[in-house]
Design a binder for this molecule. Structure first.
Ligand code: URP
Ligand code: ZN
Ligand code: ZN
Ligand code: ZN
Length: 491
């Protein structure tokens, strides 16, 4: 048999091993992993390259309106092109329900936007900002059955915030039907109270965003979310964890049997609060929620990545231009409270970790693969086809050149944001060839992917890994209420 594509002489890293091998690819799948494979119809020489699974980015805001109605700068085309250039071959953005919107209609709209434009494969998480009986009884079970097996809720933001009662209702459905509940955990009233007092004192600059979003708000809400989930024995994933105390809360909850998973993002490894502390409004380019903390916090985030407490590393790409259409709705008069929250990161997520995690020796190649791909697939029900290099898996493969050095500048990136918070960084290692389902989509700096070639990925019930947890026992309440649903079966 002649392979459609042979990748030759590369240093292959999977989630569990690194070895020299060729890959044989046919019909979009990896069909052979061995030395001295016969020539394919297309032959790629990977001598000197590191061959790794394409990244999965399971947290990105694309063509989505923010909680204050500001539209993202990236649509499904620019976002997925940008992701592809950075070595990411699967993305799971959000289909976001704003108040009053009917969930099936929201899903339909996002599906249409993505189908026309995406150049890489995608799924959706469903953001819920309002809970109705119809949604709980019909819309969510149907969405989950369609393969949207993760639901995201916010404990803060005026327009999105879900109270504890409704959070329990969503967790109950997710547990029964088999979906992961993703939670943005920050205490809304703490932030509101602090922001009001700061503004009353005339403290409006971007750096006060960091003061208002004190790490205590994250710690408290994380602990509360974990407690609610434990009551129902439902798995949850706390997104964008930034602070040492929240990490410690997650670590200890896991050792006590909570099914709690957690994510962190480049901004918590590579930015600090000092980045927000700049002349004028420049600091707004670095404002996200939760905000980047200090150097000591960064060290604890690295530790959390290494010991498995933080199992997924995603971008939380939240692309807003640095003008009145995005970050600064009131121009120069914009206060920290009015700024659009979030930083871009889809394209640089992997290069940053490759350079600063892998090539510095902090992470092994296998850890890099798990944090950027495999764990995302397991966490979100894609492990049957994505996230690793193995026979039968989709041929989503990246050839990395570990010698290539680049100075980051937004002009070289492919998003529509207009700036990058990582401008000027020196990075080593870059994706030189990116392959999606056996097709070369980026090579030598050129895009070879057609608009709309990406496909929707219906996802299975998540079967997340829980490396450090004790054996979970059902809670008293879940026992009496008979709540052990499909999500439970995953453990
Ligand atoms: O600041 C952030 N993270 N913006 C995006 C929306 C969210 O909170 O995830
Ligand atoms: Zn309905
Ligand atoms: Zn969030
Ligand atoms: Zn986000």
């Amino acid at each position: 048999m002649t392979f459609d594509l042979t990748i030759r002489n590369g240093r292959v890293s999977t989630s569990h091993a690194t070895f020299m091998a060729d890959l044989g690819i046919s019909d979009g799948k990896i069909v052979a992993i061995s030395q001295h494979l016969p020539a394919g119809k297309q032959d790629l020489d990977a001598t000197g390259k590191w061959v790794m699974p394409g990244g999965i980015d399971s947290h990105a805001h694309i063509e989505q309106a923010s909680s204050t109605g500001v539209m993202c700068a990236d649509d499904f085309y620019s976002a997925t092109v940008s992701a592809a250039f950075g070595g990411t071959t699967t993305v799971i953005p959000f289909a976001a329900q704003h108040k009053g919107q009917h969930v099936p209609r929201v899903i339909e709209e996002y599906a249409k936007r993505a189908a026309e434009k995406a150049v890489i494969d995608y799924g959706f998480h469903l953001i819920l900002s309002e809970v109705t009986p119809e949604m709980l009884n019909e819309d969510l079970p149907r969405a989950i059955a369609q393969g949207i097996t993760s639901l995201k809720v916010y404990m803060t933001y005026d327009a999105l915030k879900i109270d504890d009662y409704h959070l329990l209702e969503i967790m109950e459905v997710a547990g029964r039907e088999g979906a992961m509940v993703m939670i943005h955990a920050e205490n809304h009233d703490v932030i509101r109270w602090l922001a009001k007092r700061l503004l009353a004192k005339g403290l409006k600059a971007p750096k006060f965003h960091g003061v208002a979003h004190d790490a205590i708000a994250e710690t408290e809400a994380s602990a509360r979310a974990i407690a609610l989930a434990k009551l129902l024995d439902v798995p949850i994933l706390l997104v964008h964890i930034s602070g040492p105390e929240a990490i410690e809360v997650i670590r200890s909850a896991r050792t006590l049997g909570s099914k709690v998973h957690a994510e962190t993002c480049p901004q918590y490894l590579f930015l600090t609060q000092e980045d927000m502390d700049q002349e004028g409004l420049e600091g707004a380019k670095f404002c996200c929620s939760p905000p980047a903390r200090d150097k000591a916090a960064q060290a604890q985030v690295w530790r959390g990545l290494l010991d498995g407490t933080l199992g997924v590393y995603s971008s939380d790409h939240a692309p807003f231009k640095f003008d009145t259409t995005g970050k600064l709705p009131k121009g120069d008069a914009t206060t920290f409270k009015e700024m659009a929250n979030g930083v871009p990161g889809l394209e640089l997520r992997l290069p940053l970790l490759f350079s600063e995690g892998l090539l510095t020796g902090r992470l092994s190649p296998e850890q890099f693969v798990r944090l950027t791909a495999t764990n995302h697939a397991q966490m979100y029900g894609l492990e049957h086809r994505k996230g690793d290099i193995a026979i039968g898996m989709d041929a989503d493969v990246v050839l990395w050149d570990p010698q290539e050095c680049r100075t980051v500048t937004w002009n070289d990136l492919h998003d529509n944001v207009g700036y990058t918070p990582y401008e000027g960084r020196e990075l080593r290692g870059w994706p030189s060839t990116v392959i999606s389902r056996g097709e070369v989509i980026v090579d030598a700096g050129k895009l070879q992917a057609a608009r709309g070639r990406g496909i929707f990925l219906p996802r299975q019930i998540p079967k997340p890994i829980l490396e450090s947890a004790a054996h979970p026992k059902p809670s008293h309440a879940s026992d009496w209420l008979g709540l052990k649903g499909k999500a439970w079966a995953a453990y």
